[in-house]
Design a protein around this ligand. Sequence first.
Ligand code: MN
Length: 417
Amino acid sequence: MFVVPKDATSWVECPAGCDFPIQNLPFGLAAPKGRPEAVVVAIGEMALDTGVLVEAGLLSEEEFPILDCFIELDVESLRSLRRQVFGLLSTEDPRLRDNAALRKRALFPIADANLQVPIAPGSFVDFYSGIHHASNVGRMFRPDSPPLLPNYRWMPIAYNGRANTVVESGSEVVRPKGQKKAPDTEAPVFGPCEELDFELEMGVYVSHGQDPGKRITAASAEDHVLGLVIVNDWSARDVQRWEYQPLGPFLAKSFATTVSPWIVTLDALAPFRVEGMNQDPAPLPHLRVQGAPHFDIQLEVWLQSAKAKVPTRISRTNMDQLYWSVAQQIAHMTSNGTPLEFGDLFATGTISGSEPGTFGSLLELSWRGSRPIPLNGTGETRTFLEDGDTVTMKAFAERDGLRVGFGECSGRVVPSR
Ligand code: MN
């Protein structure tokens, strides 16, 4: 593990409330105008181009051979890169600080970085580990039975999604079309989704896993985690309701999934570990974890209509509301012997708190459309998303004056094509 000391400072300015102090050092992929695509590290309001550092001999080419697409960088080499970047950015270190020409080439504003999907995932799995979300959905869709199905507290439920519709923050999301069926009609109709929703989730990028046929235990699962991002699992509720039985969501989820641009490492999040909620019954042995497997990460959802001048914060919750931890999700996902591939992405499932105002989807916030949500300034309300709406998710951990943030995960809805 490599945790940057809490009192460490950088010669790069980091304004108060900034997500990227020297204690964070998350990784991203930038495609700035007039510069080559590069793996960058966020510091303050700037992006640090690791390719320039290799060229200048400040990072070893042997150790970091193909920095522009993360290939070769397993968790240990990513940790080594982060440790060396920390050295270069420390207030006391003159190598980059006092080299004006190199500094000018290596640093550019994040605002100009044109950040991409940090790693194009080869596969995408979506879990369902937010217990309040799962309970709320159960209450709405199966009002006459217990909100959670019997398997929920025994395994992290999930489905395999589609990796090729993962898009970067800032991308437009085209309203999908699909089959919908009203309860009082005999046949479904095909047309634009009328109940478009978001799902507030965290995403986990993993590195190389074990050989096929072997398993990863929950105790060692975090050794395979490159880091976390914010995920918006856009969802077409009317399509989902008609298609999801008996095999789970398919087209209702696979049209777009937005990820935030910075991969925040578990080392950076180490000061924000928490035990999380009690698990009862005790998980089976291969899913047991010790210590503090959860993270105290504050989450927010902001919604802005096309007419509105300012966004409205419509939800606040915390990643510690997950029933199953990231380590347990990895252990379960690989428990049948399926290998992990570098860059595989999985999401935690929608994260809701237990109170109204802390829910991670419009389905829950508007309670299936029965409680419209007022937006600031325009007199508008929302039950589901309208064309022109922008959804922005934020995530940050904050404790004792230290803030480690993720930036934003944002997307705007545009009409069906
Ligand atoms: Mn989801």
